[in-house]
Write a protein that binds this ligand. Structure first.
Ligand SMILES: CSC[C@H]1O[C@@H](n2cnc3c(O)ncnc32)[C@H](O)[C@@H]1O
Ligand code: ZN
Length: 446
């Protein structure tokens, strides 16, 4: 057998049905795909490799999937902290976006996000933001993988004038990327409170036609429920259900307010949930009942949300928070064990976007999206159980190598396709302009 690259790792967590841990195993790559997983002794004997990489003390895992973020919001990290969602959005973030967000902002913010995520082992992210064509292009140039949202809102922005305009721009994006190997397109109506019935109904029809997922903020806060009861006489999930949006292509982000019947409905419909524990904690939005959703058979993935409400894009940290928080919420130390947290951050995210035949686990035939972490650091020693070290103790600096579709994007902790110095200089330049304008009193509302 011939391979382009064979990686010899101390441990591999393939995220398979049995939550296997492979010791002293190797992973062979041919082109963009995984060719084989086998004991290292056999790999050294049977595989003729163009290149071999010995990784003693390293753990190899599937690339992490950040199932919900707003990547350009890295440029707003720390702009408005310690506020509840609607104050944060209405009084700070939306005015700042109205003043500053343009294609250059999105390019610089997405580059910073891609750099941060790749260095933290994230190989694929699902994004919802203005100027998604700029995000898609930036991600593709970096060689990373993303699901990019055709956003829909009722209110106008510099990007689009009306809900129909957002949809038209989204469809153009879909046409542009329909056959791209790394970029997938999904619908991303912002929220039930941000999009009225008519455009949501159009999204339903078009999503059926294009066979794309529908990704939406849903049941994020108690106020969202109260507002929907006031304006529509029903809870947001019930409204989406009436409009035909609750089905296997629905990716519902947050879901902190759920009655038993709603958990049953989500499970019955085969809809997916993205849990964003750190954003929910920081905005005091509420607690997603993750253990009960999983128990009901719901696919629960993991997201960071944007860097303005988290404030990082650290999916390793998010796994830890999810595993700890679930135990507190369920009053059970058995809720969301480490292997489940890893599954949420990989295969479950891939499944939510229909990518689970391509990525999310390490299996022959799947894309070679993988991450190697060096566990020889003092705070991940000694090692009884690598998945425990990964979820409960490891940090992003331990991510040493990252591949997407067989291309190495991080080597020895450094990016190979992104210019870190330029990205940081651009981000600092944006922060200087935003802060100066704030000081001069033009403020975020310009
Ligand atoms: C339509 S572009 C995305 C839009 O969403 C805003 N946003 C960021 N984080 C959240 C959140 O947790 N809930 C609701 N909306 C959020 C972002 O600022 C953009 O305006
Ligand atoms: Zn969000």
């Amino acid at each position: 057998m011939h391979a382009d690259l064979v990686i010899h790792a101390r441990w591999i967590l393939p995220v398979d049905a049995a939550d296997s841990l492979l010791e002293d195993h190797s992973l062979a790559i041919s082109g963009s795909r995984i060719l084989a997983l086998l004991p290292t002794a056999e790999a050294r004997r049977d595989i003729k490799a163009t290149r071999e990489l010995d990784l003693p003390g390293h753990l190899l895992i599937p690339g992490l999937v950040n199932a919900h973020t707003h990547s350009p919001m890295t440029l707003m990290r720390g702009l408005a902290d310690d506020l509840p969602l609607m104050t944060w959005l209405n009084e700070h973030i939306w005015p700042a976006e109205g003043r500053w967000v343009d294609p250059d902002f999105v390019r610089a913010g997405t580059r910073l996000a891609a750099l941060e995520m790749l260095r933290g082992g994230v190989t694929c992210f699902n994004d919802m933001y203005f100027y998604p064509a700029v995000t898609a292009q930036t991600v593709a140039e970096a060689g990373m993988r993303a699901v990019v949202g055709m956003i829909v809102l009722d209110f106008p922005s510099r990007f689009a004038e009306s809900a129909d305009d957002y949809i038209a721009l989204g469809l153009k994006l879909y046409d542009q990327y329909r056959d791209h190997p790394l970029i997938r397109i999904a619908f991303a109506p912002h929220s039930p409170y941000g999009v009225s019935d008519a455009p949501l109904t159009r999204v339903r029809t078009l999503a059926d036609e294009l066979e794309v997922p529908i990704h939406i903020h849903l049941h994020e806060t108690h106020d969202e429920i109260l507002q929907s009861l006031r304006d529509h006489g029903e809870r947001p999930l019930a409204r989406l259900d009436r409009l035909g949006l609750v089905g296997p292509d629905l990716v519902a982000v947050h879901m902190t307010q759920l009655e038993d019947s709603e958990i049953a409905r989500v499970a019955e419909a085969g809809a997916h949930v993205v849990h964003c524990p750190e954003s929910n904690l920081k905005l005091a939005s509420g607690f997603c009942p993750v253990a009960r959703l999983i128990e009901a058979g719901v696919d629960v993935a993991l997201g960071t949300d944007g860097a303005a409400s988290n404030n990082d894009l650290n999916l390793l940290g998010e796994m830890r928070t999810a595993a700890l928080l679930a135990k507190g919420v369920a009053h059970s130390a058995a809720a969301v064990p480490a292997a489940t947290a890893l599954r949420m951050a990989t295969l479950n995210g891939a499944r939510a976007f229909g990518l689970d035949r391509e990525i999310g686990s390490l299996e022959p035939g799947k894309a070679a999206d993988l991450v190697a972490l060096d566990l020889r650091d003092s705070h991940t020693q000694p090692i009884y159980n690598p998945v425990s070290q990964l979820v409960y103790a490891a940090g992003r600096h331990q991510v040493r190598h990252v591949w997407v579709a067989g291309q190495q994007l991080i080597r020895d902790g450094q990016p190979t396709t992104l210019d870190a110095a330029t990205i940081l200089a651009e981000a600092q330049d944006w922060a200087r302009r935003i802060a100066e304008s704030d000081r001069r009193g033009a403020g975020v509302s310009g």
